[in-house]
Design a protein around this ligand. Sequence first.
Ligand SMILES: [Zn+2]
Length: 196
Amino acid sequence: MTTAPAPDAAALPPLPFESPATAEDLAAMREQLGRDMRGVVSIARRCGCGRPAVVRTRPRLEDGTPFPTSLYLTLPWLTLDISRIEATGRMAELTERLGEDAELAAGYARAHERYIARRDEVGRAEEVASVSAGGMPTRVKCLHALAGQALAEGPGVNPVADEILAGIPGVLPELVCRCASAEDEADAAGTEGATA
Ligand SMILES: [Zn+2]
């Protein structure tokens, strides 16, 4: 109901890459997503070219809908790379490892708590107050959501996402822009679609 930040919200260090969302960013995200991004608080991480990579959003949209994924990956080339990793069945493998590796599981559980505490800084939707994102704290269900957190918070916060991002060239430590090549791929896919 309330949108007031939780009292202990100030306990977290600031998001290391956060910057205000400009009108240009909103337009860039519209292009990235093919729709308006709603509930925008700020840009939590940018691509090497400056375009938004992760947007920080309020836990409740303007129309009242709860939106727990408050660090949302918008960058098309990285979204595509992560989708390709998801297609290999990596989530099931990682979920299994959480059951066997106590250290990984503990780090992932901490990432879950951090996700919620970070979101509480910008508001609270009671229906999803204990829900984080991506399957946390015990399952791996969406690598995009986990990557959103890891890119926004920096390394060492989400061990599962850190591992995934480390396997993608040009993501760590900095996001090296591949926006142009993603556009080419999208154009190629569009052309194929049109002639199929
Ligand atoms: Zn870029």
